[in-house]
Design a protein around this ligand. Structure first.
Ligand code: PEP
Ligand code: MG
Length: 288
């Protein structure tokens, strides 16, 4: 059966009802991007805190060089660069660190704006603008909670673009991750004017179920398919602003058995672990 699934792994995934569902891959390294490109319709999540996970702080030139390699692996297919998602389960050696009592509820992801780590975000956005000037690129911000954070991030992006290409490159699509319940519950406001949202079900499940995603003692809560999370995903689809695409890049999208539920709720696009792209595409094809 796996042989039959693999045979069609590089083809587009279309439901029995004729709906084309892009199936992209989550990648954390160039090697993973090159492997994923054999099957995936692009990358729906480049985890930059892993891609640049070495001890040294990469400059703008270095980030541009590596991002161009990742982008080249996917040719004309879209690549979604997530800005630094540092903190909690994702430390990064060259990031300024502050001890926190509850790091999962702390200064992670986009919350670096306004802290001593903000210049690192500006450097990253400059590299993204350079690459986006010549390749279809998507940029997304993680751990968004409020509209104010989105406005701050967009302002930093414009400043970074001004230092590089002048204006934000027209080919750059901009979105946010929906992984904090407050953002899911106010998607109409937080996603206004953006191109897409991408639902991070790992953190969304963690915060909806109040179960640490890394703690095996509560793994049955954090790793299960929560009906409450599915309901929130449906709400995000229903309440997103017109024209905003909804993708799921959390691990729920890597479970072929859940694909039917996600499509039924109206999700437009999936991004999963590279190894399961063939199975996720097969699951899409089995949907009516
Ligand atoms: C998520 O939270 O679902 C997600 C995709 O991001 P990460 O697992 O990197 O936190
Ligand atoms: Mg997350």
């Amino acid at each position: 059966e796996r042989a039959a699934v693999l045979e069609r792994a590089a083809e587009p995934a279309v439901t029995r009802g004729g709906r084309r569902v892009p199936v992209l891959a989550n990648v954390a390294s160039l090697a993973e991007a090159e492997a994923a490109a054999a099957w995936a319709d692009g990358s729906g999540l480049v985890r930059t805190e892993l891609l640049f996970g070495g001890p040294g702080r990469p400059g703008v030139d270095e980030q541009e060089r590596v991002l161009r390699e990742v982008v080249a692996a996917f040719g004309e297919r879209p690549v979604t660069v997530r800005s630094w998602d540092v903190g909690a389960d994702k430390p990064l050696p060259f990031f300024p660190r502050v001890a926190e009592e509850n790091p999962a509820l702390g200064a992670r992801g986009i919350r670096m704006i306004g802290t001593t780590a903000e210049p690192l975000l500006v450097e990253q956005l400059r590299a993204v603008c350079r690459v986006a000037a010549s390749h279809p690129l998507r940029l997304m911000f993680p751990m968004v909670t409020t509209r104010g954070e989105v406005d701050d991030a967009l302002r930093l992006l414009e400043d970074a673009a001004a230092a590089e290409t002048g204006a934000v490159p027209p080919g750059l699509e901009v979105g946010i991750m929906i992984e904090v319940p407050a953002a899911a519950l106010s998607v109409a406001e937080v996603a206004r004017g953006l191109d897409f949202v991408s639902i991070g079900t790992n953190d969304l499940t963690q915060y909806v179920t109040a179960a640490d995603r890394g703690n095996p003692a509560v793994g049955h809560l954090a790793a299960g398919v929560s009906p409450a999370v599915l309901r929130l995903i449906g709400q995000v689809v229903d309440e997103r602003p017109d024209g905003v695409e909804v993708s799921v890049c959390g691990d729920l999208a890597s479970r072929p058995a859940v694909v039917h539920d996600l499509l039924r709720l109206g999700v437009d696009e999936l991004s999963c672990a590279p190894a399961v792209v063939p199975e996720v595409k097969a699951a899409v094809r089995a949907c009516d």
